[in-house]
Design a protein around this ligand. Structure first.
Ligand code: NAP
Length: 268
């Protein structure tokens, strides 16, 4: 699918990877709907890419519905949906509140599902369209300290895989882009900086290029960087060895007993 004159909605385009995707789509001749939560940043990026700002907090169901309505109102259609908006949360599950847990699921998983649910039918009716999901290596391998984020991204992956089969032959392409570490403000927002030496963070433009490639060439999946696909392959082929290695060399985040916790073991 060529993007010239197509209407492309990019969620989370007020910063990082989404901003780079919006710029690439604009350069390819698309009419870009730039979504963000922060109004000022969203307007700035929209001006940068000659696009149209749409502001909505994706952790709120009513705002997700309003975003779909406003996106469709702008040009009467959305040809391409890039589900990119996302938020992380770093630390052991036991230190996470239920509200924080729900916010990650709402933004990273539910918003992508609901936007797709609303915007896919007109694409199918027209016999043309594309939906791309920006997932994460965390959703393919699991990461200590990012259990909820990893679950959300794994959910996005399986949703996309199932939807790809459901949309076969309709003219609507479904793709997933799986980045490793990317140099954006993501780590600061999630509350823990990225300190590992490998994989070295890649620029957001690399992910944007992969997103555009999956859409324009009808590819199902892209990894950034490409060699990253080895990790989940090892996990499937040698799960015991993979778990030992990831416990030893992966993120050293562990849950610990609460200070006043009394074990029920041995209680009568
Ligand atoms: P980023 O620079 O922090 O940008 C996140 C974007 O998501 C921003 O536009 C932000 O909007 C938006 N967003 C966050 N919470 C939102 C909410 N409640 N409602 C609406 N919009 C919200 O992060 P990024 O690295 O570009 O992340 C983009 C995607 O890539 C995410 O899905 C992330 O999970 C994925 N990813 C990132 C990395 C990485 O290393 N950076 C690796 C793998 C996957 P505002 O700024 O306006 O609030």
């Amino acid at each position: 699918m060529q993007l010239d004159d197509k209407v492309v909605l990019v969620t989370g385009a007020s910063a990082g990877i989404g901003r780079a995707i919006a710029a690439r789509a604009g350069a390819a001749g698309a009419r870009v709907l730039v979504h963000g939560r922060d109004e000022e940043r969203t307007r700035l990026v929209a001006a940068e890419v000659d696009g149209f700002p749409l502001v909505a907090d994706l952790s709120v169901g009513a705002e997700r519905a309003r975003l779909c309505d406003e996106a469709l109102e702008q040009f009467g259609r959305v040809d391409v949906l890039v589900n990119n908006a996302g938020v992380g949360w770093a630390g052991p599950l036991t230190e996470m509140t239920v509200a924080q847990l729900r916010a990650v699921i709402e933004v990273d998983l539910l918003a992508a599902l609901e936007l797709t649910h609303e915007l896919l039918p007109p694409m199918v009716n027209r016999g043309e369209g594309a939906i791309c999901f920006v997932s994460s290596i965390a959703g393919r391998t699991g990461v200590a300290g990012e259990a909820v984020y990893s679950a959300a991204k794994a959910g996005v992956d399986m949703f996309a895989e199932s939807l790809r089969a459901e949309t076969a032959g309709t003219g609507v392409g479904v793709s997933v882009v799986v980045p490793g570490a990317v140099s954006t403000g993501f780590f600061e927002t999630r509350g823990r900086p990225y300190t590992r030496s490998r994989p070295r963070p890649v620029p957001p433009e690399d992910v944007a290029n992969a997103v555009l490639t999956t859409i324009t060439r009808g590819r199902a999946e892209a990894w950034v960087p490409g060699w990253l696909r080895i990790a989940p392959a090892v996990r499937v082929l040698a799960p015991g060895a993979y778990r030992q290695l990831s416990t030893r060399f992966g993120e050293q985040v562990r849950v610990s007993p609460e200070p006043n916790h009394t074990s029920h073991e041995g209680a009568s």
